[in-house]
Write a protein that binds this ligand. Structure first.
Ligand code: UDP
Length: 314
């Protein structure tokens, strides 16, 4: 297939580029680089790969055939979408519209990178795809949550009204190499604080939970979904739930750090719990995560330790 990935120079997008090239596909990677980075794709020297710096909230023109459009462009860490609230809303709304329009025009299949944030601060636990969520539309996180909820609605409308073969992946917390050390999320923050001997900043009392998955498992799930005949949303995440304090302690252990854990105010609307119900992915995609969290953390720590991210905050 000839595949367009928007947000292809980001954390997940760049791993998808690698995965698709490995499976013999041709990849066009588009990114405006506000949170993505060309260093994530600098290792790719392949005639089947092209990078175009472009903001996909504008009309997207691609020469030649397109068999699939993977829409991954968006700031995705809470700190990033607080910093770029309008860009986040625009790429979720206008960007999704342009990406769907391209898929429709070329008869391409379409995959939306959606998120567990569509469930907001969930009142149902764990979260099955049938749960409609508990989102504060006017809260600070609303710019991301509502953009993704709109993107899902638009995707389903293109499927129902235009017959586009669409897929919606609801991605839960994922980590691994190529995360920015300054992206503000729990795992890169804790790992880099631990490696520098700084205090680990746990927000709130650390009793809020997340279910952290590793990037290779996520990409495998996304690829299975792309090749499936499913059109309804599918949760892709690791159901192994941990408190934020537990993940901080695990990182302290694995790094052998002498840092201390300190408590900082909980950000507004920070969800209290999060765990995917992955029955649908298990039954219909034959997918479940394989990499244990400890092993995944060890690989991520090693990557940061070796300075593979360039060593400095960007
Ligand atoms: N968090 C924390 N310390 C940090 C960064 C994040 O305690 O330095 C908490 C954050 O408040 C949330 C959880 O870790 O409860 C996961 O945050 P992240 O930003 O990774 O993603 P989210 O799941 O909130 O989108």
């Amino acid at each position: 297939m000839r595949i367009l990935i928007t947000g292809g120079a980001g954390f997940i997008g760049s791993h998808l580029c690698d995965h698709l090239l490995d499976r013999g596909h041709e990849v066009i990677c588009m990114d405006n680089l506000i949170t993505g980075d060309v260093r994530n794709i600098a290792h790719i020297h392949d005639p089947r790969f092209a990078f175009i710096q472009y903001d996909v909230t504008n009309f997207i023109y691609v020469e030649g055939p397109v068999d699939a459009v993977l829409h991954f462009a968006s700031p995705a860490s809470p700190e990033d979408y607080l910093k770029y609230p309008i860009a986040t809303l625009k790429v979720g709304a206008l960007g999704t519209h342009k990406a769907l329009g391209l898929a429709k025009a070329r008869g391409a299949r379409f995959l939306l990178a959606s998120t567990s944030e569509v469930y907001g601060d969930p009142l149902v636990h764990p979260q099955p795809e049938g749960y409609w969520g508990n989102v504060n539309p006017v809260g600070v996180r609303g710019v991301y949550d509502e953009a993704k909820r709109f993107a899902e609605a638009l995707t389903m409308a293109y499927h129902r009204y235009h017959g586009v073969n669409t897929k919606v992946a609801r991605i839960f917390n994922t980590f691994g190499p190529r995360m920015r050390r300054d992206d503000g999320r729990a795992v890169p923050n804790f790992v880099n604080q631990a490696l520098r001997g700084e205090d680990l900043t746990v927000y709130g009392d650390g009793s809020q939970t997340r279910s952290f998955g590793y990037i290779s498992d996520l990409v495998d799930g996304l690829y299975r979904l792309l090749n499936s005949d499913l059109n309804d949303p599918v949760n892709i995440g690791n159901p192994q739930e941990m408190t934020v304090l537990e993940i901080a302690e695990e990182i302290m252990k694995l790094t052998g750090s002498k840092s201390r854990i300190v408590f900082r105010p909980l950000p507004e609307d920070d969800p209290k719990v999060r765990q995917p119900d992955i029955s649908r992915a298990r039954e219909l995609l034959g997918w479940e995560p394989k990499v244990p969290v400890r092993e995944a953390l060890a690989m991520t720590i090693r990557w940061f330790q070796e300075g593979k991210d360039g060593g400095a905050a960007r």
